[in-house]
Design a protein around this ligand. Structure first.
Ligand SMILES: [Zn+2]
Length: 332
């Protein structure tokens, strides 16, 4: 059996013929296995969905309770038989509930890692024959600094500009909660104001034991505008151009993203305070993970495939890009 007999790309997504399922399909299918709740991976409209309990809950929050015909929660580390293959889910460290999916048949194992992050969060190295890796930040220039140092920059700025509201752009699922948690880890115990787009997901994180402290709605009335001087407000950066954002006192725009490593990107986006905080692996984490899995073959997807394929070849590992379309990760 060749690896491509076990998994290969189709227009709908990554397909497993002997198990008759897709992983993170971009079009509605009969059976979908979902790695995590970001919208390009977790789309509504499948007949059956298998995912972690958290991912299913997040899909219900974001897409409504009827996001799939039927759903089944998959506990991490447990094995399930689908057709002729054995499937198991393993922690990926990307967002709450994120998982790598291991697909095994006749002694061959392929691991589809979805999006993953090594530092600080749980990630399990799953030994495999073929490792499918993301490539969002797959260039040597991407080296994510220590996230607590980045949060330190934000806290210093609030002390330096106590009259200005600090607006921190962060994706609604994962990044926003990571930023808030990092602030709490540094002892910041004032209320943190959040945009309405973050409310339900942040409440869900809290319900799952991620303590985010005192969160307040970021709604400004003229009367209490002064209350937001020096305050930290977390919101999707897409809202910064809205009237809503202009009501805060002299707002200072920060943005938490791995892309903030690229100065030009920060500048173009009008970001005054770039914070390099990512939910994805940087170059060092990607290459270290590939080696640790012991995979003899690597398939590279969504991102900068060429550089990582080349690195694998130089290190004696067979590699090729997996040409999957439709993934523009919302949570970088
Ligand atoms: Zn993602």
């Amino acid at each position: 059996m060749r690896p491509s007999d076990l998994l290969h790309s189709r227009p709908e997504g990554l397909y497993c013929p002997p198990g008759d399922f897709y992983i993170d399909p971009v079009r509605p299918v009969d059976r979908a296995l979902i790695t995590h709740g970001h919208s390009d991976h977790a789309r509504p409209g499948h007949t059956k969905v298998l995912a972690t309990r958290e991912t299913l809950d997040i899909m219900a929050i974001r897409c409504g309770p009827d996001f799939a015909g039927a759903s089944q929660a998959m506990p991490l580390g447990e094995k399930i038989r689908l057709g002729d293959v054995t499937v198991s889910f393993h922690p990926a460290g990307h967002v709450l509930g994120s998982a790598q999916i291991s697909v095994e048949r006749n002694g061959m194992r392929i691991v589809a890692s979805g999006d993953y992050k090594r530092a600080c969060a749980a990630f399990e190295v799953v030994p495999c024959d073929v490792f499918i890796t993301e490539a969002t930040f797959a260039l040597p220039v991407f080296r994510h600094p220590d996230a607590s140092d980045e949060i330190g920059k934000l806290l210093r700025s609030t002390r330096q500009f106590p009259e200005r509201a600090h607006l921190v752009g962060a994706y609604a699922l994962g990044k926003a909660q990571r930023v808030i948690r990092l602030l709490r880890d540094q002892g910041y115990d004032k209320p943190i104001y959040i945009h309405g787009a973050l409310t339900r997901l942040s409440e869900y994180y809290q319900s799952q034991g991620v303590d985010l402290g005192d969160l307040q709605p970021a709604t400004v009335e003229d009367a209490d505008k002064a209350d937001f001087a020096g305050a930290i407000i977390v919101a999707p950066s897409s809202t910064f151009a809205d009237r809503w954002a202009r009501r805060f006192p002299d707002p200072l725009a920060a943005f938490a993203s791995g892309w903030m490593r690229i100065r030009q990107r920060a500048k173009q986006g009008g970001v005054e305070l770039p914070l390099i905080i990512s939910d994805h692996s940087d170059w060092a984490e990607l290459t270290a993970t590939i080696i640790e899995t012991g995979a003899g073959e690597v398939w590279v997807t969504h991102g900068r495939e060429e550089a990582l394929v080349r690195w694998c070849e130089l290190n004696g590992i067979a590699a090729r890009p997996l040409h999957l379309v439709g993934y523009e990760d919302e949570g970088d």
